[in-house]
Design a protein around this ligand. Structure first.
Ligand code: UD1
Length: 361
């Protein structure tokens, strides 16, 4: 059985790495599973893509659709047209998509319309916030998925409520955490550590890229100003996403303890996170990594598709009103942040379970 493994944007790469390694191992042990790695080209910079392939030992893609940047519709259309052309020329038996980015949705539609089965890794999670492109991507993908690989009981419930039969849901855990646990001993000190003379638990890591937070200048400015004002002077290390960088340039904010740096490769980024006093983010995946590493996490969003990171883990939703930042920082600095626990099956063996399931199809 030939499985297309689809990856397009930065948060996909840590999710596919362990799946590819598990398929390679299965192939060596005589399994009939074969894979073809398809990069859609949604993220194309070395810093957003190439570095992750290198560090996570992901093989060079068999195909690169080179879709590049564009509006949501342009990106979706380009990826669909190019993936369909590939499938018409060289079909696969199963398209395996991960996460919730535009590439996930676009490739699942292209495959399904050619009657190719679709497997979705990280299926069933929901923010119920349709203003986020990722929620639309999740809903559309799951509406045409054949095999649902899930990270949480909540995801299972969401799928069952939507009418998905039990036998198509495989609760396997979290492949992003496979990658985290496998690479934890390889985390690498980034240059900024020495440049800024950072100390363990003596700085905060920030990441912001959601359109709701970064696309309007005044919103981004208010959020950052409030963080700076309540940070008690400790360094704020801000690896800045290209989308945010474009808006940030116009804000004219500079501050002694606010340090903007280029997006970091995986091993360097997580070195910083593992030693930070806290992370302030609007990402989804980072809330899972901080939960597993026990690092306090403040999420600048009104909702999350990963409620277990709040209920069990170290994450707290602050919303997008900058006024919530002060009290949260006060709680952090007074040592009152919750310690958190680790969700079920986030144990580093998820990709193996996925391959076991695929082997039985
Ligand atoms: C995408 C995902 C989001 C994920 C994020 C992580 C969707 C809908 N969103 O958002 O879920 O959390 O990636 O990074 O798929 N750009 C570059 N270089 C690159 C890639 C992008 O400069 O390598 C620029 C683009 O030109 C664009 C902006 O960054 O202006 C946004 O990129 P895009 O892929 O549209 O979405 P993200 O905001 O990165």
């Amino acid at each position: 059985m030939l499985v297309d493994i689809i990856a397009g944007a930065r948060p996909n790469f840590m999710k596919i790495a362990p799946i590819i390694h598990a398929i390679q191992k299965a192939e060596d042990n005589g399994s009939k599973l074969k894979y073809r790695l398809v990069h859609t080209g949604q993220h194309y910079d070395k810093k957003m893509s190439g570095d992750f392939f290198e560090q996570l030992n992901i093989p060079h893609p068999d195909v690169n659709l080179e879709s590049g940047s564009g509006t949501q519709a342009e990106q979706t259309a380009k990826i669909m047209v190019r993936y369909e052309a590939l499938l018409l020329e060289k079909p696969c038996d199963l398209a395996l998509v991960v996460g919730d980015v535009t590439s996930t949705m676009a490739c699942s539609i292209a495959a399904k319309k050619l009657n190719i089965k679709v497997a979705h890794v990280e299926a069933g999670i929901r923010s119920f916030d349709l203003s986020m492109p990722e929620e639309i991507n999740r809903m559309v993908t799951d509406s045409i998925t054949d095999y649902f690989f899930t990270t949480s009981e909540r995801a299972n419930i969401n799928l069952k409520k939507a009418g998905v039969q039990d036998e198509r849901i495989f609760f396997v855990g979290n492949t992003m955490i496979d990658t985290l646990l496998k690479n934890r001993s390889r985390f690498m000190k980034p240059e900024v550590w020495d440049e800024l003379k950072l100390n363990e638990s003596g700085y905060i890591v920030m990441t912001l890229h959601r359109p709701a937070n970064v696309d309007e200048e005044h919103k981004l400015k208010d959020l950052i100003q409030e963080i700076v004002d309540h940070s008690q002077g400790i360094p704020l290390v801000f690896p800045i996403h290209p989308r945010t960088a474009k808006v940030f340039e116009n804000l004219g904010i500079t501050h002694d303890n606010l340090h903007l740096i280029e997006p970091l490769p995986y091993l360097e980024f997580n070195f910083l996170v593992e030693r930070a006093s806290a992370v302030i983010t609007d990402s989804g995946g980072i809330t899972e990594e901080t939960t597993v590493m026990g690092i306090p996490c403040m999420t600048l969003r009104d909702n999350t598709e990963r409620p277990e990171t709040c209920e069990l883990g170290t994450n707290e939703l602050l919303g997008t009103d900058p006024k919530a930042i002060g009290p949260a920082m006060a709680k952090l600095f007074s040592g009152q942040w919750k310690k958190g626990g680790i969700p079920q099956l986030w144990d580093g063996r998820t990709a193996e379970r996925i391959i076991e399931c695929l082997n039985k199809l």
